[in-house]
Design a binder for this molecule. Structure first.
Ligand code: SF4
Length: 395
């Protein structure tokens, strides 16, 4: 991977007393690789099998994600129960526009990441090396209870990629499920097959970041490979019941050409179908990409129009004020079903049956996704703009 490899951490960084430290837990997705050096018959590495990065670690090394490390010949997760913070967000902020629109979601993440995006918009968390000072402790049970008490419909595994805190995310998802809370992932989809199966067995919805549609962009700008992400998208759509939406952050000059957007949307329609919502969101200069200007709104509008012309039915713009690009429309008659500007809802024209199927109130055409009558009724009764405000929480 360009520029970064497995990171050796200094001796006194090595976590001690892990048998008493609840944030260090053993893991199962790794295997031992024997040394081919006949001079060192006892030497070996352990390969992490969580993501296609496949880090091979000597004793005391951390993987590229920084949070999985080799201790006593095995791979451990070092951030179990450690969070970089909690907030209550509107579900539209993830972004998910067809999964209980208008509901609130308890968002949390840990630290580290298995990609190395030069344009990372969350780099203070994903690149964090200060886990002791940064994080608050919260058990899976505590998170599920916090979500329940604060009236959240879902918990989101977000801010950094839940792939790397696999064991913590899965235990939390199980605790949430037991309390009737849905689980929502925000991920780059760069994950190996077996952990992927375990993870999506616990999720209800996901937004996958499809960062571009060229291998060159993936390798040079993120250090990952496009093919593995496309495999994850196909897996979610065809082999799970998890609700899927996709986001692409458009970076001027790097992944926003007409040809690339056309190829991406053609692939989505062919492989995933026209009903998967696609969000084009605006980049702002950050991390190692300070020299590129913010994405103009016109670029998002152009991308949306290419995707709609190609046949995708639900295409959104994000991170900008754009009522037209933020709203959900009936693909059959064109009526606005859910009006939005940024994360703010201002119109609701959907009928919802007892099975949670949303239909256009004008022509009855089904809008795919998961809906509830609660929000629509509440919204209409208030007769005003209703949106969940962002709130920061302490565990
Ligand atoms: S999760 Fe990925 S980046 Fe982290 S140690 Fe495992 S293979 Fe490496």
């Amino acid at each position: 991977m360009p520029g970064e490899e497995c990171i050796v951490y200094r001796k006194n960084d090595m976590p001690h007393g892990h048998d008493k430290d609840p944030s260090i837990v053993s893991t199962t997705h790794w295997h031992r690789v024997e040394s081919r050096d006949t001079q060192k018959p006892d030497d070996f590495t352990v390969q992490c099998d969580i993501c296609p990065r496949a880090c091979r670690l000597h004793e005391g090394q951390r993987g590229l994600c920084y949070v999985r490390a080799r201790m006593e010949g095995k791979i451990v997760l070092t951030t179990y129960g450690r969070s970089s913070g909690f907030a209550i967000d509107p579900i539209e902020k993830k972004p998910l526009n067809h999964f209980y629109p208008g509901s609130s979601v308890l968002s949390f993440g840990t630290a580290g990441c298995n990609l190395a995006c030069k344009f990372c918009q969350n780099w203070d968390i994903s690149k964090s090396r200060e886990m002791d000072t940064l994080m608050e402790f919260a058990s899976p049970q505590k998170i599920a209870e916090m979500a329940k008490q604060s009236g959240c419909t879902s918990v989101a595994y977000t801010y950094n990629d839940p792939t790397i805190f696999h064991e913590y995310a899965i235990d939390t998802a199980k605790a949430c499920r037991a309390l009737g809370i849905y689980n929502v992932a925000v991920t780059a989809g760069y994950v190996c097959e077996k952990p992927r199966e375990e993870f999506y067995a616990e999720m209800n919805a996901v937004n996958v970041d499809l960062k571009a549609f060229t291998e060159e962009f993936y390798w040079k700008q993120t250090g990952a490979h496009l093919a593995a992400v496309l495999e994850t998208l196909k897996y979610i759509k065809h082999q799970t019941n998890v609700w899927l939406e996709i986001t692409t952050l458009l970076i001027p000059g790097l992944n926003d050409s007409d040809e690339e957007l056309q190829a991406m949307t053609d692939w989505i329609i062919k492989e995933l179908g026209p009903d998967v919502p696609l969000h084009f969101s605006a980049f702002h200069p950050d991390y190692k990409m300070l020299h590129i200007a913010r994405t103009p709104k016109e670029t998002l509008t152009r991308a949306r129009s290419i995707a709609l012309k190609a046949g995708l039915r639900y295409v959104y713009t994000g991170n900008v004020h754009d009522a037209e690009g933020g709203s959900t429309y009936c693909y059959q008659c064109g009526q606005t079903l859910v009006g939005r500007d940024w994360y703010q809802l201002d119109q609701w024209e959907m009928d919802i049956n007892e099975h949670g199927t949303g239909c256009c109130s004008q022509c009855g055409t089904v809008c795919p996704g998961h809906f509830t009558t609660d929000f629509g009724q509440e919204f209409k009764a208030k007769g005003e703009t209703s949106v969940v405000k962002r709130v920061r929480l302490k565990p």
